[in-house]
Write a protein that binds this ligand. Structure first.
Ligand code: KG4
Ligand code: ZN
Length: 386
């Protein structure tokens, strides 16, 4: 089989993205149009606005990805698109455009799970570095604005399968970063700004009680299979809504509301606030609070993930998704993973957050297996990874 150039399209949330990837191992072009400016005023993603922005961006973004790759609509071998999970209206923009392209160009169409994409971002970059030897079993932590999932990943020829062994019971880790940033008047998205502000605070200053997961998971397993009462294998679930409430209480108890409002107003007056503007508007107590919050989230993610790795005797760990861009998370995983003799792989920061290169990379094994999508497939907002 010669080289296969796959055009990937991603529109599941607030980034319109297109990329060309060669044979799942070389990134040829990668274009991401962010909608942050549109949603910032609302402190989070507004689904209707996201769909509208995708409609505006999709054609130029795809065209730019092809141009930068020195490809044409005709010269790519297949078109891959995110099917879910994500915002239904947003997904449909990418899917409708991908279908129209595949139909008019007579190219195969490949539907990709966004979460599988995040996992394949790691594989793409490792292959690009020349690392083709991967030790199984692989455990992947997908940690983003919508997800905090642990998957055991296996490969059988061109087919990848995933078993979910842990997920968040409430908020995703990235969602906690975003909500805490919002309640502290730090804008949206919260992860990147808290990441940098934390370096200026004392992470020991505020103690948070460890997340309590008291009840059995009533939602059942993430893959919708009924909970098997005989299945006594430990699960490694997360919970991040408690820490958000603890921060809200801390702000109230320490009468920080005035400072939060003053910061919100000051930052709103700056058209494009820079990091220095955020820093200048944060007093020590806020810096200590965000640093302590980040430390608590990082320690919980690392401790549970490494416990899961040990329980399942995995040989390799992947950490991927938007929150994997976090500097403290990377350092802590590397340090503690090494203590456990576990190699940990991350995507570059650019491929940690949403992008279409990961969609084109995840599509490659499906391309080889001729696992093509029917023209009538639709968006699956709650799609699970299996
Ligand atoms: O993967 P992603 O781009 O979109 C989803 O699939 O959700 O992840 C976005 C999430 C947001 O919650 C954002 O705040 C978080 O990733 N994030 C970070 C960092 N960069 C992005 N969280 C912590 N530290 C960062 N440096
Ligand atoms: Zn994502």
């Amino acid at each position: 089989m010669g080289d296969a150039y796959i055009l990937g399209i991603e529109s599941s949330c607030d980034e319109t993205a297109a990329a060309v990837v060669r044979s799942g191992e070389q990134l040829i072009s990668n274009v991401v149009a962010s909608q942050i400016a549109t949603h910032q005023a609302y402190g989070g993603v507004v689904p209707e606005l996201a769909s509208r922005e995708h409609l505006r961006a999709i054609v130029p973004v795809v065209r730019q990805a092809l141009t930068e790759a020195k490809h044409t609509y005709n010269s790519v071998d297949a078109i891959a698109v995110t099917q879910g999970p994500g915002l239904a209206g947003a997904l449909l923009v990418g899917i409708s455009y991908a279908k129209a392209l595949a139909f008019s160009l007579d190219k195969p169409l490949i539907a990709v799970n966004h979460l599988e994409g995040h996992i394949h971002a790691v594989l793409l970059e490792e292959r690009q570095k020349g690392n083709h030897e991967l030790q199984f079993p692989v455990l992947a932590l997908v940690v983003s604005g919508g997800h905090t999932h642990l998957y055991l990943a296996s490969q059988n020829q061109d087919s990848w399968t995933y078993e979910n062994i842990g997920h968040t019971r409430d908020d995703a880790a990235g969602e906690a970063f975003d909500k805490v940033a919002k309640l502290l008047g730090l804008g949206y998205p919260g992860g990147p700004i808290i990441d940098r502000l934390s370096l200026h605070g004392d992470a020991q200053a505020v103690k948070f009680p460890p997340a309590q997961i008291k009840h059995r998971d009533r939602r059942g397993r993430q893959d919708n299979r009924a909970v098997d009462p005989g299945d006594e294998r430990p699960r490694f679930d997360f919970s991040y809504s408690g820490i958000k409430t603890a921060i809200l209480r801390y702000v109230e108890q320490n009468q920080m509301q005035g400072a939060v409002e003053a910061r919100r107003t000051a930052l709103a007056k700056i058209p494009k606030p820079k990091f220095e503007d955020y820093l200048a508007n944060c007093e020590k107590r806020t810096l200590d609070l965000v640093a302590s919050f980040q430390r608590a989230i990082v320690e919980d993610l690392v401790r549970k993930t490494l416990a899961a790795a040990e329980a399942h005797s995995v040989a390799t760990l992947f950490v991927t998704g938007g929150v994997a861009a976090n500097a403290e998370l990377r350092q802590t995983f590397e340090r503690d993973g090494a203590l456990q003799g576990l190699p940990v792989f991350f995507p570059s920061r650019k491929l940690s957050t949403d992008n279409a290169a990961m969609i084109a990379a995840a599509a490659y094994p499906k391309f080889l297996a001729k696992d093509f999508a029917a023209m009538d497939f639709s968006a699956e907002a709650g799609m699970v990874l299996k």
